[in-house]
Write a protein that binds this ligand. Structure first.
Ligand SMILES: Cc1ncc(COP(=O)(O)O)c(C=O)c1O
Length: 522
């Protein structure tokens, strides 16, 4: 999440105790109550305790300070509009407003970013825009009016099935993004296993590194998400997954690769479990969907026994416009549980394949164009260039004793943390220095780390971004060595701070505050 919150001071549990100004016997009683309540009511009273402390103590003031600091998170132009004007605007007026909209301090086209925009080169952009304009007002909900879009959409699914060794009965749909593909996969397994096995309290098992879209999906769909810890290399033990399987399990999830560490879960072994216990296995290839098929000796496809669905995003390494992903299934039996049909609506018989009703045909046309523009050779070339850059970065980082790479980067992400010769939270100071040098990277937690997700944009720069990245890390480290007690601010610090605050509800409240601010004009 792109916070720009300034946490000025780190709070520890001791600080909270100190601030609460409670005397000895009362403290004993409180702690005993907390222990008992934690034991008997799954932390409900402990939450109330922390809520109370927040009202009573200077922590409340500190929270208010964070909120004040957040006030400037979003830039706003002085030409802010609160209502649509009574009189319509002409092109000149509209472009005048556009020119006055706020501008980012960082230019993503220079490549000092992580993921986000995967390629924006002019040739691709011009072609995709040209085709999208043709279908600007189209809506795939009406295939009779837009048969071109129907054909393009079916072809996109067919292209993806080809890349993932789909067989006769394999099928899929286009969606609006990774999160939608994941929500749909979870819904499909929930409804399929309700019908097939009568499962009424469905559970999904996934490594803790799985993308948060699964938390969202399970929250929306009333599914319990059971998370399995990962080792220092970011990989779960299959035996730990097996221990969690029970009569309510509907699906196991593995990432290829995972967002935090860019490592691939043991999908073949997970497939064996899926077959043994007759549950689904979903491979989340949202990130790596258009990387894996172009890696040498790739084995991550429907040839994995037990694999029943795959999500892969066209709007990432497919280099299509934002709002595109694909979900694939091993059978029509499964996909029918994704569709939604209402047969008795006065508005007519209504069937739709995914969550939206109306959709943009332009995105489908743009995606289809990007897939054809690249061809398999184009994708392979881009993947090879990215992997070369990744290996250059890995080589450079291996010479820095204070830095450790998390796991074995198998695709396009390099995730780093501090080795045990310096405090682990120093990675956030390093991150802050990289931000000051113009980088826009991702902070990670548990363990404290950061990652860079390499894309075609990194490879298209005249400057060698791999060398620059390693050089900037070295310089940041030099500063950290000389200033070990330096207090980080901004986004980097929120992670450092929250590692030491036991009450995560503070972070939740501040997150709500941040999200409210996003929609505020002032
Ligand atoms: C592994 C993985 N799965 C799912 C998603 C969610 O994709 P989206 O942001 O398109 O909803 C992401 C996004 O980065 C991802 O990396």
């Amino acid at each position: 999440m792109n916070y720009s919150i300034i946490f000025r001071k780190k709070y520890t549990f001791n600080d909270i105790i100190k601030y609460s100004k409670i005397n000895g016997p009362t403290m004993f009683l409180l702690l005993w109550t907390i222990y008992q309540s934690y034991y008997y009511s799954k932390g409900f009273v402990i939450q109330q305790f922390f809520k109370l402390i927040r009202i009573l103590t200077p922590i409340n003031n500190q929270i208010n300070n964070f909120k004040k600091d957040m006030a400037n998170t979003f830039q706003q132009s002085p030409l802010t509009l609160y209502k649509i004007p009574n009189e319509g605007m002409n092109e000149k007026q509209i472009f005048n407003l556009i020119n006055n909209l706020p501008k980012s301090k960082q230019d993503w086209k220079l490549g000092k970013i992580s993921g986000t925009v995967y390629d924006g080169n002019n040739i691709l952009s011009t072609l995709v825009n040209k085709v999208m304009t043709l279908y600007q007002w189209s809506n795939p909900l009406h295939p009779d009016l837009f048969p071109q879009i129907r054909q393009m959409e079916a072809e996109i699914v067919s292209f993806c099935l080809d890349l993932y060794k789909g067989k006769e009965d394999h099928c899929g749909t286009v969606t609006t993004g990774g999160t939608e593909s994941i929500i749909l996969a979870c819904k499909t397994y929930r409804d399929y296993y309700k019908d097939r096995k009568g499962i009424s309290n469905p559970e999904i098992i996934a490594p803790i590194s799985v993308h948060v879209a699964f938390d969202k999906a399970c929250h929306y769909l009333g599914i319990k998400l059971i998370k399995v810890k990962v080792n220092n290399n970011g990989i779960p033990l299959v035996s730990n997954i097996e221990k969690k399987i029970n009569s309510q399990t509907i699906c196991i999830v593995g990432s290829a690769p995972s967002f935090p560490h860019g490592v691939i879960d043991p999908l073949e072994e997970m497939g064996k479990l899926a077959l043994k216990y007759d549950v689904g296995l979903h491979m989340d290839a949202c990130l790596g969907g258009f990387v894996l098929p172009f890696l040498e000796n790739n084995k991550y496809n429907f040839n994995i026994n037990g694999l029943s669905s795959i999500s892969l995003d066209t709007h990432k390494y497919g280099y299509g416009p934002k709002g595109g992903s694909v979900i694939l299934y091993k059978s029509y039996d499964l996909i029918h549980y994704q569709y939604h049909v209402v047969t008795n609506w006065p508005g007519g018989i209504y069937i739709s394949p995914s969550i939206p009703g109306s959709r943009s045909g332009a995105i489908i046309a743009g995606t289809w164009t990007s897939l054809l523009f690249h061809g398999k050779d184009g994708y392979r070339n881009k993947v090879n260039e990215i992997i070369e850059l990744r290996d250059e970065i890995i080589d450079g980082l291996q010479d820095i004793p204070e830095i450790e790479i998390v796991g074995k980067p198998e695709t396009t992400i390099v995730s780093i943390k501090c080795s045990n010769i310096i405090p682990e939270n120093n990675i956030y100071s390093i991150h802050q220095h990289l931000t000051e040098k113009g980088w826009n990277l991702n902070s990670l937690q548990d363990p404290p780390a950061l990652h860079i997700c390499l894309t075609a944009i990194h490879c298209q720069q005249t400057e060698d971004l791999g060398k620059l990245f390693v050089k900037d890390i070295n310089e940041a480290l030099q500063f950290v060595r000389l200033n070990p007690n330096y207090e980080v601010t901004g986004m980097a610090s929120i992670y450092g701070t929250t590692q030491s605050i036991p009450d995560k509800s503070i972070v939740k409240d501040l997150s709500y505050y941040y999200q409210d601010l996003y929609y505020k004009l002032n």
